[in-house]
Design a protein around this ligand. Structure first.
Ligand SMILES: *Cc1c(COP(=O)(O)O)cnc(C)c1O
Length: 470
């Protein structure tokens, strides 16, 4: 009987010696990990092999916190690439600040529900200050605002749904049509996926000479649409820095066409948005201030930990019309006493982590000028890489750098050579640089690509990587 009572009292939240050990282990690991700016560049293993190393972890009685954590620290963490490694220049890398990561822990520890002001006020307040800064970078008018999302995909989806609902609200007849979007070939895969999610069609357009969507090419495409397709067309998705090459569409030209044709103008600047804070390239984004909605991923070039995206709207009411959820148990949140900003009303998610809190803390600690410098550093590294490539015999530039993306070719190499080179550098723990494709005159060529985010990457890192291609 006494034994029984004791077992009943031990809950998931009680503190025993195992919990204390586990807590200390985790704090020690976290401190070591964020202090290490040059972590081991790990590579994946097969799941079956990991299972052999780790054994069963989910059991009826639990394996204990210390053991479970040591399995993660000693085996599993070593089978995942640290995205902040200075020679990780593949895809879009990341380099969250120490302040942002620590505050991500604080965000978890604080257990705040981020959907509604009634429960999340203090946390949402932090997010809103960070959001004001993001909005100020875009040049959108004062009433524009936004919310943090899980990433660019969720931000793009939220914006496209808001656009579609605004279009349908304009004219009852539009309810009968399947929606149609226009974007560029360089647009991110998530734009294509999200069009599928909302069951809209998509036309890909590009100016042949410029490798980007221009106002002229857009106008021509619209002029050539059938009458029905013209009625179906509700939004244009321009890209503020393509993920592959850092190309920024002709935003002001596209903005003029959208205004003339009464179309929603969305700018996907998930990757490139960080560069809005960089004076050296800010002019390339001219026209973004005309957007109806903008996507920016702070987890890419604004040094936030995963995951953190943002969607910004010119007219918040149009976003609320599309996203505000209704339910008997939710009515309380709309009551007078709880009034305030409700992030749930402006994007697809209800329950949400306060993803903007780490960005707020890091911005508050460092100031915006530190961000500007760190982002400019990525641009400088790209220019430096381009110069090194031009000075070397065995490699050549495919095009001038676009923001912090550098596309280049190893003379004489075929697709397989790039793949072998990537694996060699990764397996040896030296660098992660992956190939991509670039299309000229309809022909896709495999080439190499750098994407710079981490300000701790050095010119020597670039030189050493180029040397591995000799
Ligand atoms: C990365 C990226 C996305 C997708 O963002 P996630 O945060 O990965 O969901 C969308 N658009 C562009 C231009 C991107 O670079």
């Amino acid at each position: 009987m006494a034994e029984n009572k004791k077992n009943q009292m031990k809950s998931m939240h009680s503190i025993d010696i195992d919990t204390v050990e586990m807590t200390l282990d985790i704090m020690k690991y976290a401190i070591n990990r964020i202090s290490n700016t040059n972590p081991e560049l790990a590579a994946p293993k097969k799941e079956a092999d990991l299972l052999k190393l780790v054994g069963e972890t989910i059991t009826k009685d639990g394996i204990g916190g210390e053991k479970a954590f040591s399995i993660f620290r000693d085996i599993l963490a070593k089978a995942a690439v640290p995205v902040d490694h200075p020679r990780h220049l593949a895809f879009v890398p990341a380099a969250p600040t120490r302040a942002a990561i620590l505050f991500d822990l604080v965000t978890s520890a604080s257990s705040i529900h981020g959907a509604y002001w009634m429960t999340g006020a203090g946390g949402i307040f932090c997010e809103n200050r960070a959001m004001e800064w993001l909005v100020s970078l875009t040049g959108l008018p004062e009433k524009a605002f936004g919310v943090f999302t899980s990433g660019g995909t969720a931000a793009n989806l939220s914006a496209i749904v808001a656009a579609r609902e605004a279009w349908r609200a304009k004219n009852e007849e539009n309810n009968a049509f399947k929606g149609l979007l226009i974007t560029s070939h360089g647009a991110h895969s998530s734009v294509k996926s999200m069009a599928q999610v909302i069951d809209a069609d998509l036309i890909l357009v590009e100016d042949d000479q410029e490798d980007k969507l221009t106002g002229k090419a857009l106008q021509k495409t619209i002029n050539n649409l059938s009458e029905v397709d013209r009625k179906r067309l509700f939004a244009i998705v321009a890209t503020g820095g393509t993920t592959n090459a850092g190309i920024i569409d002709d935003l002001s030209g596209i903005a003029s066409v959208c205004k003339k044709e009464d179309l929603w103008f969305h700018v996907d600047a998930a990757y490139g948005g960080g560069a809005l804070a960089a004076p050296s390239v800010r002019h390339l984004f001219n026209g973004i201030e005309e957007a109806d909605s903008i996507t920016i991923d702070p987890h890419k070039w604004m040094f936030s930990p995963y995951d953190c995206g943002a969607v910004i709207y010119r007219n918040m009411q149009l976003a609320a019309n599309a996203h505000s959820q209704k339910g008997a148990y939710l009515d309380i949140f709309k009551d007078d006493g709880a009034q305030g900003f409700n992030p749930a009303d402006y994007q697809i998610q209800l329950t949400r982590r306060l993803r903007g809190m780490p960005l707020w803390f890091s911005l508050a600690m460092h100031g915006t000028e530190t961000y500007t410098k760190a982002i400019e550093r990525g641009l400088t590294l790209a220019q430096n890489a381009a110069q090194q490539i031009q000075d070397l015999e065995h490699v050549e530039l495919v095009r001038e750098p676009g923001l912090s993306c550098v596309l280049y070719r190893r003379k004489g190499w075929e697709a397989k050579d790039y793949v072998d080179w990537t694996y060699q550098n990764h397996q040896s723990g030296f660098a992660l640089v992956t190939p991509t494709k670039w299309t000229t005159n309809g022909e896709a060529e495999t080439i190499a690509r750098f994407c710079f985010i981490n300000p701790d990457t050095t010119e020597e890192d670039i030189a050493d990587i180029l040397k591995t291609m000799e």
